[in-house]
Design a protein around this ligand. Structure first.
Ligand SMILES: [Zn+2]
Length: 95
């Protein structure tokens, strides 16, 4: 499944609820999931980490749907297969 297909599936399943909640409320839900991922990382709970990563990505797609942003297009534009700063893959930027 492509990212665009996943985003469309999220739209079909959740768009009405996302619309009613609004972008601010939807963003707060995603932040809550990010907090849960932080706790899962701290506990080294890999199963929980998998679940939280899935939740965060799904909520991110909901936010994109509410904004009319195409996740696949915008991410590939910014991350075209090489680092956008140094132009290399793998990235050779100093952290
Ligand atoms: Zn780089």
């Amino acid at each position: 499944m492509k990212i665009s297909e996943f985003q469309e599936m999220i739209k079909e399943v959740f768009y009405d609820k996302d619309m009613k909640r609004g972008i601010d409320g939807t963003f707060r839900w995603m932040v809550e999931e990010i907090g849960e991922l932080a706790r899962a990382i701290k506990k080294e709970d890999r199963k929980k980490m998998e679940e939280e990563i899935a939740d965060i990505f799904a909520w991110l797609c909901s936010i994109a749907n509410l904004s009319g942003i195409d996740v696949e297009k915008s991410t590939l534009k910014k991350y075209p297969g090489v680092c956008s700063k140094c132009g290399a893959s793998p990235c050779e930027c100093k952290e």
